[in-house]
Structure formats: C-alpha cells, structure tokens
Design a protein around this ligand. Structure first.
Ligand code: XUL
Ligand code: CO
Length: 461
C-alpha cells in the first residue's frame, strides 16, 4: 500500500509558477500539435487561444489562478464514441494495448502530452480511468499503485497537478443496486476497498480534492427500497472515508457532486439543497463541499447559476464540472461549454463567492460521437477555455465597472435602516410588523427590472 510517509517525500504542492512543461511518452501521440499559446482575438489559428491568456491579471489574480482548468481523464482519454446505439467510432492510438498496465501507461503518456500541450494546470481521474480493475481487490490495488508511481514521475516532470481523484462505483455490475447504499453489505465493503485505494492514490499524488459522485446511490423503485437505511449507510460510509483520509495525511477537500437522476431513476444527491441538508445532518459540512456540474443542475430543473448560488450561500462552493446540456432534450449530454451569456452569469456568482479554491474548472465534457480527429480534442478544450476566459473578463468588468452590484443592493435598501434593519437583526415581532403595516399603508410597487439587468449583462459580453 501507498504509505503516508512516502507521500510526504514528494512535495507536489509546490506550484510551479511557469507554464507546465510539455511531457511526451516514448512516442508522441499528437505530433502535429505544438504547445497551444495565446494569440489574441484576431488570430485565425484554431489551435491557439483568443482569450485565455494564463498570465493576464484580472482583479489581482492571473487567469490561470482564477480558472484552474482541469482535463477529465474519463472523457478526454477514455471516450471512444460509444453510445447506447452503437460501438466505438474512435480508435485512439493510446487505447490499443491488451496488457492492462501497458494500456494504462500509454493512456497516461497521451494524457500528459495532451494536458501539457494544452497548458492546463490540473487533471482529474477515476481509479478505473487510470487502469482497468483486476479480478481481486489486492490485484486491483497493485495495478493502481503502479499507475500512481508512473503518474508521480509525469507530474514532477511537467508541473501538472491533480485537482481531484475519485473511485468509479457505478460501472461494475456488482454496483447495479448501488455502492455505499447497496442493500447487500458485501457490495458496500467492496466499495469501501475501492475508495480506500482511490484515496491512497489521491493522497500520494498530492490531490487537492476527492470527489464522491453518487452514480448509483439512489433507487430504481421505492417498492424494494428502504430509503432511510440506505441514506444512513451513505452518511456512515462518507464519514469512514473522511476519517481514513485525514488519518493518512489528506489535507484537501472532499466534494459531493449533486445529480438528480441517470443512471438511477432517483439519486439521493439530487441537487445542492438536498446535498447540503444531508451534509449538515451527518455533520460532514466541515470536510465536504460541493462540486457543481452544469448539466446536472439543468437535469434537476435548475439553472447552473442557481446551484452555484445555493452552494456559495452555504460557504460550500469549491469546484465545478464544466459542460452543457442540450436545450432540446433532457439527457446528460456533457457537451463542451460555449455559451458566454450563461457562463458570464455563472462567473458573477463564482467571483462574488471569492473564486474556486481548492477546486477548479474540470471539463467533464465529451466530444460528439462523430468527432473523430485528434485535433477535435484540442478544439473542444480550447473553445471551452476561451469561453470561460471571456466570461471571466465580462463578469469582472460587470462587478468592477457597472451598476450591477449597486442595483441589487438598492433593491434591498429598505432592510438597511429603520424597522427593516430591526427585522433582520431579530428585533421585531409579528405584532410589530402588523403595526408597521398599519402605519405605512399599501406599499408603493417597485419594478424588478429584469430586462434592464439582462441588457446590462449583454453590454459587457
Ligand atoms: C457523471 C459525472 C461523473 C463525475 C465523476 O454524470 O459527472 O463523471 O463527475 O464521477
Ligand atoms: Co461530473
């Protein structure tokens, strides 16, 4: 097993100030692509940034520090285009080895070459993205340990860091009835073994965070489900994971990533409000924060901004999974983000909440099934990064130069003094509210001015 002492020798938390260094494996997988650089909005080179200028200072921090981009191993390295109606459409050259460890190393060579050519400072993985699981717990632990050793070298050579790790507790058939919420204890124990090993990996690689996305932690039918018992098991399971990680030197943040459904009919981590209630109930809010995903928010019937705000108001907004859904259907389509109007509104919430830290922006997004060129992977990420950079610039200007903040403050001005302020401070009773209403008479109607706010946002894009 990976020991905490071994971890302490390698200080991956030393953030390299300079750009990540390009790191290729024995052979380059993207020989036609050079380092992607900022060329400005006038550039017509699709393999360059028009807006993401990592060293540009925006309100006292570089763009790189604000945005903390991460590449998601599962979509970017493992996604082969398979869908419910058909097999793979892409034969990425790093996915061909039959030996699992060789396949893991090839994938990691491709991962670091891609990440460093793109210039993203972070990456994220599930245990099973790094290497296929074996038939036994012990063999799976050994395989993951081997990949961790390889990743350590790559991180050191490049300066790329691990934003978060996680365990895939939803793909294997044993988890068809859930993992930590499985009605069968022996399955829950398997999930425990897997989380222990994924935590060891995350700690050894200096991960800033560890994510729990409850893929099958929910139900398909309430008829066969004891919801109360299952949710209690989840609370206890997360506490055990937290205790183990803390005991072994993990100083990062745990995240829960809310999602209402898919793959189960109903997931317990439905949305930010449900997760916050759960974390409070099980006394986990000190260690756990939220990782908000765009397409999960819209699946829950919310906007992305709503979920960000709900998390931020509880002091629990720390990281996001960037993608977007499709307005014409209700699935988790995980498309790359590209809507500046929407993301500017999201960045307003993020900036007002003090930014994303220790988390970042993880591209939990996949190429469309019919995008099959290596350069499509770059185009997708470059456009996503540029979209966030533009949104950051617009949101920062809105907050610094526009009347946006003042307008919202003014809307609540009646609570800033007099009886309104007394009410907020807890100094009024229902009777005194009544007396005020009698004396004041019918309130003068005030416009919500939504259209004016929308106009203001558009002006700054
Ligand atoms: C699934 C999803 C996951 C989590 C990590 O919808 O978002 O990829 O981000 O398990
Ligand atoms: Co996600």
């Amino acid at each position: 097993m990976i020991s905490a002492t071994l971890e302490k020798k390698v200080d991956f938390n030393q953030v390299k100030k300079e750009r990540v260094a390009i790191v290729t494996g024995p052979k380059a997988f993207f020989p036609a692509v050079e380092r992607i650089v900022f060329e400005g909005p006038a550039s017509d080179n699709p393999l360059s940034f028009c807006y993401y200028d990592e060293n540009k200072i925006v309100n006292g921090k570089t763009m790189k520090e604000h945005l903390r981009f991460a590449v998601a191993y599962w979509h970017t390295l493992c996604g082969d285009g398979v869908d419910m109606f058909g097999g793979p459409t892409r034969q990425w050259p790093w996915l061909s080895a039959s030996d699992p460890l060789q396949a893991g190393r090839d994938k990691m060579d491709a991962a670091f070459e891609f990440i460093t050519k793109l210039g993203a400072p972070f990456y994220c993985f599930h245990d099973t993205d790094l290497v296929d699981q074996a038939a036994t717990v012990k063999e799976s632990e050994k395989r993951l340990q081997a990949m961790v050793d390889y990743a350590k070298e790559k991180q050191k050579a490049s300066g790329v860091q691990l934003l978060w790790g996680t365990a895939n507790l939803f793909s294997h058939a044993r988890y068809m009835n859930g993992a930590a919420t499985n009605p069968e204890f022996s399955v829950l124990a398997q999930a425990g073994a897997q989380v222990k090993s994924a935590l060891d990996a995350t700690i050894a690689l200096g991960g800033k965070g560890y994510v729990f996305w409850g893929g099958r932690e929910g139900y398909m039918s309430l008829l066969n489900t004891n919801m109360k018992r299952e949710v209690e098991h989840l609370g206890r399971f997360l506490a055990l994971a937290r205790d183990y990680a803390r005991k072994n030197g993990f100083t990062g943040t745990f995240y829960i990533e809310p999602k209402p459904m898919e793959p189960t009919k109903h997931q317990y981590d439905f949305d930010a409000a449900a997760v916050l209630n759960f974390l409070r109930h099980y006394d986990l809010l000190g260690d756990f924060k939220l990782n908000i995903e765009v397409n999960h928010a819209t699946l829950a019937g919310h906007t992305f901004q709503h979920e960000l705000q709900a998390a931020a108001d509880a002091g629990a907004l720390a990281s996001i999974d960037a993608n977007r859904g499709d307005y014409q259907n209700g699935w988790d389509t995980d498309e790359f983000p590209m809507d500046i109007f929407e993301l500017t509104q999201a960045m307003l919430v993020i900036l007002e909440a003090g930014g994303l830290k220790p988390g970042g922006i993880n591209f939990d997004a996949k190429l469309r099934r019919n995008s099959i060129d290596l350069t499509d992977l770059f185009a997708a990420h470059i456009n996503g990064m540029d979209t966030f950079a533009r949104s950051l610039l617009a949101a920062d200007k809105l907050l610094q130069n526009s009347p946006y903040r003042a307008w919202r403050k003014e809307r609540y001005a009646s609570f800033d003094s007099g009886d309104g302020a007394r009410f907020e401070a807890g100094g009024m009773t229902l009777e005194s509210l009544r007396d005020f209403a009698v004396q004041n008479g019918e309130p003068v109607p005030k416009s919500g001015k939504q259209e004016l706010y929308e106009m203001l946002i558009n002006k700054y894009l």
